[in-house]
Design a protein around this ligand. Structure first.
Ligand SMILES: *Cc1c(COP(=O)(O)O)cnc(C)c1O
Length: 399
């Protein structure tokens, strides 16, 4: 069977929920992946910011293989050594006192919403369950995280909505202040909006958000599912903005591509999840945690995050050169190795044309080409991607 047969089988046997690229990737090494026809591509998608250490990373592959041979899963009815190690690594390197593990970003945010409700319930503030989130945000596809997500297109057809959410423009502290009521339990916000098109907060925004939350007694929940785990050159993106949240959610890059999510919180909040109040069968299982520990140890190794920051600056400078040359690029934005260019027209054709030249790029929010390579990407690989993109923009400019 060749890849065409598999693609038609996909249509026959798999729910048709994704707009998939018409190739099938079968192996990878570093920042490069190969399709079933033997063609190779430079991977600037990284499984949507999940493959932090690229593909076939020796230490990560070994940790997963060793753990798989020893013990894959036992459930949280038992103590799990790699999970305990992972929790300590996260807590020792963040604002948080405790971690809860789950399997995805949506599940982490769903759990954080439950945690916020339970926290105020335990304080006897039963009416205080309202969560304010941002327009254009993305928090996941479960019913509560859909209600949190500030994009109506994702919610359409799935009504009735879970109650208790409202949305304000991202980056507008006055709008947020107006939306806060005595029933506001939390503000849930991404440090940089990812799926919404890599939108940066204006300078000073998060200090104001933090101050507003503290002044009104509501919790600040940061969705770092996409921005966390070294992506912006800091372990967590909020470190760039000089504030700390009360709760943070993580997933995507946590375990280098092995499904894993987490809720991190300060003790006073974490204790609202008393025994029996929240759970996940697979959460923090030995296999995912062993992968997570390897990712964390690598991110924390000498100079690694500094390199991410410097390569991010390099990618940014190269994209700005392209923007000077090509009028179709409206804006370059992002932080670290989470960068994007806003084009004046839809970019689906650009990502297809770039793929023809051997580079994988993701188009989000219609007009935004997103650059979220593995954090191990080299300057030479950045140059290679830029050359392909430059050629595509050249030929697009001529037609
Ligand atoms: C991807 C993403 C999610 C959802 O994560 P899943 O693992 O797909 O459920 C939530 N929040 C943000 C910011 C994301 O980028």
């Amino acid at each position: 069977m060749d890849s065409k047969d598999f693609i038609s089988m996909n249509n026959r046997y798999v729910f048709n929920t994704y707009g998939r690229t018409p190739i099938m990737l079968v192996r990878g090494s570093g920042c490069r992946v190969w399709d079933s026809e033997g063609r190779d591509y430079l991977d600037f998608v990284a499984g949507i910011a999940a493959c932090t250490l690229g593909h076939g990373h020796p230490a990560l592959s070994k940790a997963i293989a060793d753990q798989a041979a020893k013990l894959i899963h036992v459930s949280n009815l038992f103590h799990i050594e790699p999970q305990i190690r992972m929790a300590k690594l996260l807590v020792d390197n963040s604002f948080a006192d405790k971690a809860f593990f789950c399997n995805s970003g949506a599940e982490a945010n769903e759990g954080a919403i439950k945690l916020v409700r339970k926290y105020f319930h335990d304080r006897g503030e039963h009416g205080r369950y309202h969560v304010v989130t941002m327009e254009n945000s993305f928090h996941g596809r479960t019913l509560a995280t859909l209600a949190a997500t500030g994009q109506t297109k994702y919610r359409k057809g799935f009504e009735p909505e879970v109650p208790g959410f409202s949305h304000v423009p991202f980056g507008d502290p006055a709008a947020l202040e107006n939306a806060l009521t005595p029933n506001t339990a939390a503000v849930l916000v991404e440090p940089i909006q990812g799926e919404g098109g890599v939108r940066m907060p204006p300078p000073g925004y998060f200090e104001e958000v933090r101050n507003l939350c503290s002044a009104r007694g509501c919790l600040l929940v940061l969705d770092e599912v996409q921005t966390g785990m070294g992506r912006t050159g800091k372990l967590f993106a909020h470190e760039n903005f000089g504030i700390t949240p009360d709760i943070m959610t993580l997933a995507k890059g946590m375990a280098g591509g092995v499904p894993m999510g987490a809720i991190l919180a300060v003790d006073g909040v974490a204790k609202a999840f008393a025994p029996g109040t929240h759970a996940a069968t697979f959460g923090g299982n030995p296999l995912a945690s062993a992968a997570g520990v390897t990712v964390m140890e690598t991110l924390l190794s000498d100079g690694f995050l500094k390199e991410v920051e410097e390569k991010g600056n390099y990618l940014r400078a190269r994209l700005e050169q392209l923007a000077d040359k090509h009028e179709t690029i409206r804006e370059v934005r992002g932080l670290g190795l989470m960068q994007a260019i806003q084009l004046e027209s839809p970019c689906a054709e650009h990502s297809a044309a770039v793929r023809e030249r051997g580079v994988l790029l993701n188009c989000t929010a219609e007009n935004v080409l997103r650059f979220i390579p593995p954090l191990i990407v080299s300057r030479e690989e950045i140059d290679e991607m830029i050359a392909a993109l430059d050629a595509v923009l050249d030929s697009a400019g001529r037609t």
